[in-house]
Design a protein around this ligand. Structure first.
Ligand SMILES: Cc1cc2nc3c(=O)[nH]c(=O)nc-3n(C[C@H](O)[C@H](O)[C@H](O)COP(=O)(O)O)c2cc1C
Length: 196
């Protein structure tokens, strides 16, 4: 494999493409965000980076709250639309056929069509340059119960999620390994069969 070098740029892919909902004094909005990640496990925290010119930035800066809605691949057109049009001019919920649901801990709405929604409260804002990162403490997680098995275990592989990969939306729907499987002890039977 021959490697070439490029000047510094954003090249961490694939990344999520989520729908961030926000609300302040009766105005609400939905916006696509890919510069997002889990930044702490205990307490659980999510960081989202926004340009100050976004309408979403204004609403979150004022309300100190947001909801991360994880879309499935059926919502790919809505995801793109909410990332290329601003709530300053458009009612993106109506145009993209997204249904608001009331959240429990924050004023920003959940999106009914998304299998997972995460309510967050902003605890820190970092001015990083082009983007400011909002660190949100997770207050509550909503999960579509159709993704749970009889024992209550979550099967996220059944959700048909999507990701953003350097300008393209891709489906995330095939499992190719399980956490820790590379070091898991094999049973005698399995070891025999791989040696054959
Ligand atoms: C796939 C995708 C990912 C995006 N990620 C971000 C992001 O992480 N941060 C950001 O500020 N804008 C991001 N954008 C751009 C905003 O979603 C876009 O400017 C949107 O129109 C802002 O909406 P608003 O003004 O209603 O908040 C992204 C757009 C797309 C299509």
């Amino acid at each position: 494999m021959a490697h070439i070098t490029w000047k510094p740029g954003t090249m961490l892919y694939p990344v999520p493409a989520v729908l961030i909902t926000s609300s302040f004094q009766g105005r609400d909005n939905v916006c696509t965000v890919s510069w997002i990640g889990t930044v702490c496990t205990e307490p659980p925290m999510i960081g989202i980076s926004l340009r100050p010119e976004r309408y979403t930035y204004e609403l979150i800066k004022k309300s100190k709250e947001f909801v991360v809605n994880i879309p499935d691949k059926k919502l790919v057109k809505a995801v793109d639309f909410c990332g290329v049009r601003s709530g300053k001019k458009y009612d993106k919920f109506a145009i993209a056929h997204l249904t608001r649901l009331q959240a429990e801990k924050v004023k920003a709405p959940l999106i009914a069509e998304c299998p997972i929604s995460i309510e967050c409260k902003v605890i820190k804002i970092l001015n990083l340059g082009s983007h400011h990162q909002f660190i949100g403490k997770v207050l509550l997680v909503h999960v579509d119960d159709a993704l749970l098995d009889k024992r209550g275990a979550l099967h996220l592989e059944r959700a048909g999620l999507l990701c953003y990969n350097h300008g393209f939306y891709c489906a995330v729907d095939k499992q190719i390994g399980k956490f820790g499987f590379s070091v898991k002890k094999r049973t005698k039977e399995k070891t025999k069969s791989t040696l054959r």
